[in-house]
Write a protein that binds this ligand. Sequence first.
Ligand code: URA
Length: 278
Amino acid sequence: MLHEMGLSPLWRLRPQPSPRVSPPAGEVAAEPDRDPQTVGEAAAPAPPTVVPVVPVVPLQAMAGNRLEEIAGMGWAQLRTSVADCRSCGLCQGRRQAVLGVGDPGADWLFIGEGPGAEEDARGEPFVGPAGKLLDAMLAAIDLRRGDDVYIANAVKCRPPNNRTPEAAEIAACAPYLRRQIALLQPRLIVLLGRAAAHALLGEVGSLASLRGRSFDYPAPAGGDSIPVIVSYHPAYLLRTLPDKARAWEDLCRARSLMRAAKAAALACGATTNDPTPR
Ligand code: URA
């Protein structure tokens, strides 16, 4: 699988340090200047900075009752509502809307940008070349699409010519993404690329400035907040091979965060969907 990711010879996972207490919000841990060829051999990842997520999506762009309706939907209603949605211009070019795919009880939520041509045709996220790489990335940390993993996108309809979705399109779709998160209540969210980061974290800087940090997504039902990390989009990685090593570093960090979250939940006596420490 690592070969599929372009990460051969074999990368060995060293014991991961437990997540450290973060510096105060606002203090950004500088991204270490690492040689991608040595990532995985490197000692400790940069100390995560935990930053609360401020919902910056302009909610007033939606009619108030639409927001409330979406916030109260179950999966079946959400699927129908997304399929019929005409809240932005992307609906005009779609064959079908692509809500997401996976285990509704998943601990892991991966969020990409938006459907491409193959996803638009098949109605499932990440089924084209970027999806094949995402599957290989999941396998590299012993995960499988649909098994404790849910995959969604910032926007549910294909942008024309696969362009990056515009801010207004991301804002129009954000209530759906937020409802998905509320229904899933994952233990960890991995944002793949800038559009996904924009959708959840608001206007954001460069991807390099977001990697290596941890963000907090406010718990939908007033429980614990959900840790969020940012990594590269698989389509970018297909074009930029050296950064695959950094993506591997992000996956290792994600895996340690998940292990810590599951251990904390077990210590509190909470149930976990899958106690296997993956
Ligand atoms: N790229 C994405 O961001 N999402 C998909 O579903 C496919 C490609």
